[in-house]
Design a protein around this ligand. Structure first.
Ligand SMILES: Cc1ncc(COP(=O)(O)O)c(C=O)c1O
Length: 372
């Protein structure tokens, strides 16, 4: 089966282990295992795990895990949750379960490439719904309505959004749900970065709580800082979960029992974890905002959620050359906009440790000073 190269994943895979300073990542300062257990007040946890029989375990994910995930929503129950291999596995399963050749899939652009390249590879006609800087990187919903046709199977959005850090509010989300309902198509809302809001007290509903037609994917990689357990999930109606389960049996059987146990523990400590992570991203966002304000070669629409931002550069060189020189001359990693087919931009991640962000921005500043 033909598939386009996944540019951002290839780029990170090529460079992230060899640079001094990674300010390209999307994760929020992932825990070391010992650090997590201490943070959770469960340093005895590994001892307890020794009794765990390493069978396939619970096929859909343990009941405790699915109960904990369901509590992240207003109206979801454990039977509305299916555990998957990261949000990437969850998204894959949704496309694999629903998209057939000849279907239309409407996806936002720019976006995490999986959201438009994968349905294309499954034979769908993919129509791109542009997110524009002048519209705060949000979709024009009239444009979305115009793209819908009789073959539209899925509308795909990502909220909060990678790579721009934009955030659809409740009204827009409701309207998108209404468009999907009217078209009798599904809405896939990738909510991998849910909960990571820069403004205090911000709260945005999950699409899963707004419409029977919404299928939501979520993750332990970002707001829970447990990227290495590789767990995510699908939340949706019973029929959606059944359809995904039927396809999952051919790819997964079950997820890892140790990962399941760690994720269940994280859900029990979610308030503490979210507090840690919101503190970190808000501090880092402020540092980044001040840096951008002082830097004439860089502009942005400030990100409002998630852990990434899209910076517009005015250097007279392709973004790939800029990022390669930044790696070679300053040992610092950013993602070139070319990985998102948007060459004038760079993606920065501000979920890293504050010292890493400060040092990375300082080296980027040195690089820009040498260019001036
Ligand atoms: C929008 C989006 N969806 C899904 C994923 C995959 O996340 P996970 O680590 O949960 O597989 C990412 C990772 O960066 C992402 O940005």
């Amino acid at each position: 089966m033909k598939i386009d190269p996944f540019l951002v994943e290839q780029y990170l895979g090529a460079y992230e282990d060899s640079v001094d300073l990674n300010i390209a990542e999307t994760c929020v300062d992932p825990f070391a295992l010992g650090e997590f257990l201490k943070f959770a007040g469960r340093e005895d946890f590994l001892e307890e795990l020794k009794a765990l029989r390493l069978t396939y375990g619970h096929i859909e994910g343990s009941l405790n895990l699915r109960e904990g995930i369901a509590e992240l929503y207003d109206f979801m129950k454990p039977e509305n949750i299916l555990v998957a291999g990261g949000a990437i596995g969850a998204n894959f399963l949704v496309f694999y379960s629903f998209v057939e050749p000849g279907d239309t899939v409407i996806s936002i652009f720019p976006a995490y490439q999986q959201l438009y390249s994968l349905p294309k590879s499954f034979g769908a006609t993919v129509k791109l719904l542009p997110l524009r800087e002048e519209n705060q990187w949000l979709p024009d919903l009239n444009e979305l309505s115009d793209l819908v046709d009789s073959k539209t199977k899925l509308i795909v959005v990502n909220n909060p959004h990678n790579p721009t850090g934009s955030l659809l509010g409740a009204d827009d989300l409701k309207q998108i749900c209404a468009i999907a309902e009217e078209a009798d198509s599904f809405l896939l809302c990738d909510e991998t970065y849910r909960g990571l809001y820069i403004r205090p007290k911000q709260s945005i509903p999950s699409a899963a709580d707004l419409s029977q037609k919404a299928i939501v994917t979520g993750s332990f990689s970002k707001s829970f800082s447990l990227t290495g357990i590789r767990l995510g999930w699908i939340a949706g109606g019973r029929d959606v979960i059944e359809q995904c389960k039927a396809h999952r049996e051919y790819t997964t059987i079950s997820n890892g029992l140790i990962d399941d146990a760690l994720a269940t523990l994280a859900l029990k400590r979610k308030q503490r974890i979210f507090k840690r992570n919101l503190g970190l991203i808000r501090t880092n966002h402020l540092i980044l905002s001040q840096w951008v304000e002082d830097e004439p070669l860089i502009q942005w629409i400030p990100s409002v959620a998630g852990s990434v931002a899209f910076l517009k550069h005015s250097l007279k060189m392709p973004s790939a050359d800029l990022c390669l020189r930044l790696i070679e001359e300053k040992g610092t990693l950013l993602v070139p906009g070319s990985c998102f087919d948007m060459d004038a931009y760079l993606r920065i991640g501000y979920g890293c440790k504050t010292e890493t962000l400060k040092s990375g921005l300082s080296r980027f500043k040195d690089f820009l000073n040498s260019y001036r």
